[in-house]
Ligand binder design. Structure first.
Ligand SMILES: Cc1cc2nc3c(=O)[nH]c(=O)nc-3n(C[C@H](O)[C@H](O)[C@H](O)COP(=O)(O)OP(=O)(O)OC[C@H]3O[C@@H](n4cnc5c(N)ncnc54)[C@H](O)[C@@H]3O)c2cc1C
Ligand code: SF4
Length: 503
């Protein structure tokens, strides 16, 4: 064994990057492993061709679907993980999301912690990730103090839409957004290439800027990039993680650790535990429940665009409006339908990836007259929806959507709303089962080791010094964006580690 650290964190996304920052304020010697490199700050960051046509920053690895057919997952490997590309919509779950909730297709299970337990960490997370918002306008909002930063104002075009939504009896609210010093010198310039693009000027609240960079300013944290964790090794008892095998520059090194925090994203974390099977853990590390990789969820998501040929859309930064009127029930449904948010502006080249034979000029003319939205519904945990690895260690994703009726109803409601707003045509598009952007749930936390992989502190029930702090721990997916909840739980787990393992 060549080296030993007090803590190894694997992955630098929302969970790992936040954990690194939190543990930088501890005496522990911390190694952070990241399989990718840092995203360079370059002109291509904001170039729709580079990002959408040439997929410059996408992971190149192929996964297999349930039929064994290869596909390119929508995911990114690099410092900051997927947060570099997120739209920075940083929502708290609703208070009810922590409880069992009946949906059209079944029950969304309760979490082992309630909203009040996570609320102080949501407060901290919103400060660390510069969240802008305004409380009071959203009927589903959980109890909270004012946001740490004022909301991003709507453009004149979106202000008009908000007023007309109110006249329809709806309750549009400000989207909570993590942006650094918007409108100020050197801060966020509220451009039209945010969601799905990395920020060229590092003004987006991502896990590199808000997690890894400040962590590396401390003397006790070290980052290895291009460092793929291929296996976690236990001591002979099998009860403790002892080391991580790391592939770096073509060589495999074994690095010792007193504590391991896995945060590779919900799919890769499950895959890493499955690849770490051993005599003591024949079905995968920490898999006495048989649930490692199971209960994969990813939200049902549909991009929607209201189009009116006579209405040019002059908005640059469009992602400021949310609608939660159908979060717990719909006009024609007693079951939850989901959440709606305005999206960043669509670029012609993005639309062209859906139907490539339509010329770009036609798409550009089209999207210039459209307003973009995202409709998102809760995906329920099913044990058959799961991540497995084949004999070569390749990831296979077995996934069949559920709660589909509820999602279709949400899309229909939004279509009606857009028609009432005067849009002639409403276009919709969904990546369906290939949408891995909101992946979660593969290592669910709970109090019972027979029905969960992690305990309420995200510690493995089977391996006492192994924690997982990415989106894997979610017992249910709720219907708002997952990022802030991952960050808040990482902060909570970091506090726990500091007061138990590192004290
Ligand atoms: C285009 C896009 C827009 C999004 N918009 C939003 C949004 O507005 N709001 C929101 O809340 N969420 C959004 N999301 C989702 C959000 O980005 C994810 O939920 C979040 O990043 C998940 O955090 P994580 O820590 O679970 O994993 P990730 O952020 O995926 O980080 C995992 C990290 O682990 C690394 N890694 C993986 N395997 C290994 C290994 N074996 N060894 C070493 N390193 C490894 C990866 O390279 C990566 O850096 C968006 C996602 C995308 C792609
Ligand atoms: S400048 Fe602001 S809006 Fe543009 S990418 Fe950066 S954070 Fe997003």
């Amino acid at each position: 064994m060549s080296t030993h650290f007090d803590v190894i964190i694997i992955g630098t996304g929302a969970g790992g990057g936040t954990m690194a920052r939190a543990l930088s304020q501890s005496p522990a010697r911390v190694l952070v492993l990241e399989r990718g490199k840092a995203v360079p700050q370059e002109a291509d960051n904001w170039n729709p061709d580079a990002v959408w046509k040439h997929l410059r920053y996408r992971a190149t690895e192929r996964w297999l679907d349930a039929q064994g057919i290869e596909f390119l997952p929508y995911t990114h490997y690099g410092v900051g993980g997927n947060t570099k590309f997120w739209g920075s919509v940083l929502y708290r779950l609703r208070r009810e999301d922590f409880k069992a909730l009946q949906h059209r297709d079944g029950v969304s299970p309760a979490w082992p912690i309630d909203y009040d337990t996570l609320a102080p960490y949501y407060d901290q997370a919103e400060i660390l990730y510069h969240v802008h918002g305004l409380s009071g306008g959203d009927p589903t909002e959980p109890p909270r103090d004012p946001f740490p930063y004022a909301p991003i104002p709507h453009s004149p075009g979106m202000t008009e839409i908000v007023e007309r939504l109110r006249r329809q009896g709806l309750h549009p609210s400000y989207l909570p957004l993590g942006l650094i010093r918007p409108g100020e010198q050197g801060g966020c310039v509220l451009c039209r290439t945010c969601n799905s693009f990395p920020c060229k000027i590092h003004a987006k609240s991502d896990a590199e800027v808000c997690g890894i960079e400040p962590a590396l300013a401390a003397p006790n944290v070290e980052l290895w990039t291009d460092a793929l964790a291929i296996r976690i090794v236990t001591d002979p008892s099998g009860r403790k993680a002892a080391a991580v095998d790391v592939q770096r520059a073509g060589e495999t090194t074994r690095v010792g650790a007193s504590l391991v925090v896995v945060s590779c994203g919900a799919v890769n974390s499950a895959a890493l535990l499955l690849r770490s099977a051993s005599d003591k853990h024949p079905d995968g590390l920490g898999n006495s429940s048989g649930l490692v990789g199971r209960r994969y969820m990813a939200h049902l998501a549909t991009m929607m665009q209201g189009f009116n040929p006579l209405r040019h859309n002059d908005t640059v930064f469009q992602k400021t409006v949310a609608l939660n009127d159908f979060y717990f029930s719909g006009p024609h449904s007693k079951y939850p339908l989901g959440h709606i948010q305005s999206q960043g502006r669509t670029h012609g080249v993005m639309a062209q990836t859906v139907v490539p034979w339509v010329p770009l000029w036609a798409y550009d003319a089209w999207v210039a007259r459209g307003v973009d939205w995202l409709a998102m519904s809760e995906d329920l945990p099913r044990e058959d929806n799961r991540v497995t690895v084949d004999a070569q260690g390749r990831i296979q994703l077995h996934y069949r959507s559920n709660n589909v009726d509820a999602h279709h109803q949400l899309v229909r409601e939004m279509t009606r709303i857009l028609h009432r707003l005067g849009y002639w045509k409403v276009m919709t598009h969904s990546h369906k089962s290939k949408n891995t952007t909101h992946q979660c749930g593969t290592l669910c936390f709970g109090t019972d080791p027979r029905t969960s992989v992690l305990d309420p502190w995200c510690r493995s029930h089977d391996v006492e010094n192994l924690f997982v702090v990415d989106a894997s721990f979610f017992p249910s997916s709720a219907a708002v964006n997952p990022g802030l909840t991952i960050i808040a739980q990482a902060l909570r787990v970091a506090d726990h580690i500091k007061t138990t393992n590192l004290s």
